[in-house]
Design a protein around this ligand. Structure first.
Ligand code: NAP
Length: 263
């Protein structure tokens, strides 16, 4: 029995086959979900259409989450194609490259606003628009966050502040939408080499540090994220909302890494 047979979902943030959104898309499609994939630009849309051939004819939408007109169009398109919606996976973030290196204090007002707008506010903007489509469906909304929103991670800077706002948005939205039986959760993913992550200075060192010190001594795999997203949009997680689930091989439990316990 497939977990998501008869369910429909919207996934934002597929850029290529390394995207966490694509890992989620393949996991939920495997369990029978019908999908709409949304991407920002025409350039990326071609890529996404090519990838989408591996799925069962998903709907492809264009939506720049900073544009209200794009966001406003989305629910109507989804309603026409699907009627209702069961889940959303939000895997969208952006900050200027110069704000993901150097000193946090040098963040400009424009860079700060941009990171917040795309990476944090967009979750609320999307949730508001899709909630009516989830009426009576026990809906689930999942976003992607990172430990850098809870603790200081070198170079993560303005994105860490945006992720902190995103994590808190998850809790407020969960409280807001809970009475409508819509759950809202986040996956805090360990570092994975994706297009967005490549913008963070020192990514290679971060990945080897995780591999060396995470309790499970491995890096986060794309399938780990896909399967966690599948769990969160399925009825198996029915009692979970407002939660940030770490899928990072246990890295977040460490207070201090790198000391030899025998030493
Ligand atoms: P990715 O493949 O580069 O995905 C990021 C997506 O965000 C891209 O599809 C990008 O579209 C989209 N995006 C950026 N600005 C947008 C806008 N204005 N409107 C609509 N879409 C926009 O990288 P990823 O690592 O999978 O990122 C997905 C999520 O996972 C992000 O929230 C990220 O912070 C989070 N995350 C990643 C890691 C990691 O190590 N990779 C760890 C924890 C959390 P374009 O390509 O067209 O710009």
């Amino acid at each position: 029995m497939m977990l998501l047979k008869g369910k429909t979902g919207l996934i934002l943030g597929v850029a290529n086959r390394r995207s966490l959104a694509w890992a989620a898309a393949t996991a939920v499609a495997r369990e029978g979900a019908r999908l709409a994939l949304s991407c920002r630009s025409e350039r990326i849309e071609e890529n996404v259409r090519e990838l989408a051939r591996q799925l069962d004819r998903p709907l492809i939408l264009r939506c720049d989450v900073t544009q209200d007109a794009d966001l406003d169009r989305m629910p109507e398109t989804l309603r026409r194609s699907f009627g209702t919606l069961d889940f959303v996976i939000h895997a969208v973030a952006f900050a200027q490259r110069e704000d993901l290196a150097g000193r946090f204090r040098d963040t400009t007002r424009a860079g700060y606003h941009l990171a917040q707008d795309v990476s944090s506010y967009s979750l609320t903007a999307v949730a508001r628009r899709v909630a009516p489509l989830m009426e009576g469906r026990d809906g689930s909304i999942v976003t992607l966050t990172y430990l850098g929103g809870q603790r200081v991670v070198p170079h993560y800077n303005v994105m860490g502040v945006a992720k902190a706002a995103l994590d808190m948005s998850v809790r407020y939205l969960a409280a807001d939408l809970g009475p409508e039986h819509i759950r809202v959760n986040a996956i805090s993913a360990g570092p994975v080499r994706t297009l967005a992550a490549s913008g963070i200075r020192g990514l290679s060192r971060l990945l080897s540090f995780h591999r060396a010190y995470a309790p499970l001594r491995r890096n986060t795999a794309l399938e780990d994220i896909g399967n966690a997203a599948l769990f969160l949009v399925s009825h198996l997680s029915r009692g979970i909302t407002g939660e940030v689930i770490h899928v990072d091989n246990g890295f977040h439990i460490l207070g201090l890494a790198g000391l030899d316990p025998e030493g």
